[in-house]
Design a protein around this ligand. Structure first.
Ligand SMILES: Cc1cc2nc3c(=O)[nH]c(=O)nc-3n(C[C@H](O)[C@H](O)[C@H](O)COP(=O)(O)OP(=O)(O)OC[C@H]3O[C@@H](n4cnc5c(N)ncnc54)[C@H](O)[C@@H]3O)c2cc1C
Length: 398
């Protein structure tokens, strides 16, 4: 999946993440001298995720459980600091909650991702120790990112830390916590961001070409933010004017490059997080509006953080009814419905499949209209055949 959890899991430090143009970041094992302890596989959320790993999660909204996982409270709002709100992707919620955990909760830092300093279309894992560093790294980056490859920084930190990532990343951090004592002790808060799939690096490069941007001269790329939902903006090194297009237009292009693995992921809303943040797409979108975030409280720890951040004036939030989540992210529910059938199609070809426990995949599949059931299975079979996934070893990337 590209979360990077296998990197710190390997006791021999033989795994690194490699960007495979059409897919995303994928692990590479230097097999020479590999002791075959299987820690990388055992800690991999791509192999499977069992919701039972988070027994402390309960649901106060049973009607949302099958489609969205446990939710104690649903809120909508934004960071009280107008700069964080403006810089953030949605309402700057992931950033401001992490800042609250560090400034008021005494957490040592936050592990997350930011733009690579050298190559603007790549992401690097960062450990932010201050609010200024957090703010520098706001904004969703619609390109491969593997925050779990930096879990060692949480393991060696002075106390609890925040972890920010997509559903796959949060699952990677939780699996690490279930296998090693230090992540278990030190992941003090897991903040998830909604994700409908991560476009490959090729997506960004092709978009630059489409916009007529000279790749060599690119200084920075913002995928969105600075307004809601904001603009995809490319800044240039030599003072040439920035190029920008509305976020919706950029996403329409980038989303076509989501790899097959993302179509097998049921966890678009980071169900293993303490708090998940996403967009309230039910609202009418005006590119320059100030941002808003949907906030799903998933654990008691998450509830304490959100309440504390409200009382301390870090966030402005209002309670929302469950229907707001469905109205905002209908596509995620439809996608979740397809997964049971996709996995079945893979099994028919004898292809290894991810094992998801507790995500109610069959119940979601049953609700899917017949036409969608057929379309998703036929699409999966087509991919298997055209890409040769049925051949043993074909899934390993070069
Ligand atoms: C690949 C991708 C797909 C998305 N799909 C959806 C969607 O379907 N529906 C929806 O509502 N929202 C989606 N989002 C957007 C995101 O979930 C929301 O914008 C969320 O509300 C976060 O906004 P914020 O203002 O709270 O975050 P901010 O305060 O701006 O902070 C964003 C945080 O996310 C981290 N981050 C940025 N890019 C990545 C990445 N690629 N991987 C891991 N961490 C990252 C940053 O390090 C930062 O800490 C997607 C984002 C990404 C990166």
């Amino acid at each position: 999946m590209g979360c990077g959890a296998c990197v710190p899991a390997c006791p021999e430090k033989r795994i690194r993440m490699v960007d495979v143009g059409d897919d995303g970041l994928r692990p590479r094992l230097d097999a020479a001298g590999c002791g075959a302890c299987d820690e990388c596989v055992k800690g991999c959320p791509g192999v499977g995720v069992d919701r039972g790993m988070m027994p402390e999660q309960e649901s106060a909204t049973p009607e949302l459980m099958e489609g969205w996982g446990p939710i104690l409270e649903l809120w909508e709002g934004f960071a009280a600091d107008p700069d964080v709100r403006f810089q953030g992707s949605s309402g700057g919620m992931a950033t401001v909650l992490a800042a609250y955990c560090m400034e008021k909760g005494g957490m040592a830092g936050a592990l997350h991702v930011g733009a690579d300093a050298e190559v603007a279309w790549r992401n690097t894992t960062r450990f932010s120790r201050s609010t200024a560093e957090l703010i520098e790294r706001t904004g969703s980056r619609y390109a491969p990112a593997s925050p779990c490859d930096g879990l060692a920084q949480i393991e060696s930190a002075d106390g609890e830390c925040v972890f920010i990532g997509k559903g796959c990343d949060v699952a990677g951090a939780r699996k690490a916590a279930s296998r090693r004592p230090e992540p278990a002790r030190k992941v003090g808060a897991a903040i998830g961001i909604f994700c409908a799939g991560t476009p490959s690096t090729k997506a960004t490069l092709d978009l630059l070409t489409r916009l007529g941007v000279d790749r060599e001269g690119v200084d920075g790329i913002r995928y969105r933010g600075k307004g809601w939902p904001g603009y995809f903006t490319v800044t240039m090194r030599d003072g040439r004017p920035p190029k920008s297009i509305p976020y919706m237009e950029a996403w329409g292009f980038l989303q076509q490059y989501r790899p097959f693995r993302c179509y097998l992921c049921p966890d678009a809303t980071a169900e293993l997080a303490d708090i998940s943040c996403g967009d309230p797409w039910y609202r009418e979108k005006k590119e320059d509006e100030q941002g808003f975030s949907l906030v799903l409280v998933r654990t008691e720890r998450g509830r304490k953080i959100v309440r504390g951040a409200m009382e301390a004036g870090y966030v402005v939030l209002e309670r929302r009814e469950p229907g707001v989540l469905v109205a905002s992210q209908r596509g995620m529910l439809d996608k979740r419905g397809t997964i049971w059938g996709r996995v079945l199609a893979m099994k028919m070809f004898g292809i290894p499949t991810p094992r998801y426990e507790g995500f109610h995949l069959y119940e979601n599949w049953k609700r899917l209209p017949a036409g969608e059931k057929v379309r998703s299975m036929v699409g999966t079979v087509r991919r298997i055949v055209t890409r040769g996934y049925y051949k043993p070893g074909s899934a390993s990337v070069e």
